[in-house]
Design a binder for this molecule. Structure first.
Ligand SMILES: C[S@@+](CC[C@H](N)C(=O)[O-])C[C@H]1O[C@@H](n2cnc3c(N)ncnc32)[C@H](O)[C@@H]1O
Length: 215
């Protein structure tokens, strides 16, 4: 089964699943890091899915475009965010210009890091924020589907080779704590638990900026 079919089948349950508090805390950490970038004017959300990137990063509808290959994911995004622009298209085919590109929770693993960096170049972006699956992790619903996963040094090198400067950190709860009793954990405890050391983290959270001076 290909990625498009997987997400078409998964769309409704995906949207519900990622509104749970455990995921909202992860998204708040992404937002903290995203805010350290320059203020955004035009944002491309690659693999926008059901649109949760919009809430997570508190994105404005003006200058926003969300693209995805899954018709069903976009159907929910359009229902949840009626004032925002979405397009059913492969990210590698986007031609419009954007200053900022975001790709949250695994999208870059599907597209591959090399092709994602090509997208940055094609749309003439100067900054990006991505969340990738760390080595050793992939969601249960992908089962035997083969995807690329990247270490922190691999991400840094890929960006550096293309004259981008990246900052990579670990994100998310340990694998075996999926059934956290959120009511009994203080918010700040949850927050620090979600800031995982790289070796244990499910995800790697990366921001990167285009630079003229890396050779
Ligand atoms: C794990 S979901 C992430 C959705 C959303 N970013 C979020 O964090 O909730 C991955 C999404 O990437 C989309 N996707 C995968 N490959 C793509 C490609 N080449 N171009 C555009 N979207 C793609 C899938 O259809 C799916 O909706």
């Amino acid at each position: 089964m290909d990625i498009k079919t997987i997400y078409n089948e998964l769309a409704e349950s995906y949207d519900k699943r990622y509104q749970e508090p455990i995921h909202i805390i992860e998204e708040n950490i992404v937002l903290d890091k995203f805010y350290r970038l320059d203020p955004v004017r035009k944002v491309l959300s690659v693999g926008v899915g059901t649109g949760q990137d919009i809430t997570a990063l508190q994105l404005d509808s003006e200058g926003f475009l969300g693209v995805d290959i899954s018709y069903k994911m976009l159907q929910i995004a359009r229902r949840n965010y009626p004032n925002y622009q979405f397009q059913e298209i492969n990210a590698v085919d986007v031609k419009e210009e954007f200053d900022t590109v975001v790709a949250l929770f695994g999208v870059v693993n599907y597209i591959t890091l090399a092709k994602f960096i090509d997208v940055l170049s094609a749309v003439n972006a100067s900054q990006c924020c991505i969340v990738t699956y760390n080595v050793g992790y992939k969601p249960i619903y992908l089962k035997k589907h083969d995807i690329e996963r990247y270490t922190k040094p691999e991400i840094e090198l890929a960006f550096r080779e293309n004259s981008w400067l990246s900052d990579v950190e670990g994100l998310s709860y340990p694998y075996d704590t999926q059934h956290f009793d959120m009511e009994h954990l203080m918010m700040d405890q949850c927050y620090s638990l979600a800031h995982e050391p790289i070796s244990k983290a499910k995800y790697l959270l990366t921001t990167a900026v285009k630079t003229k001076w890396i050779s």
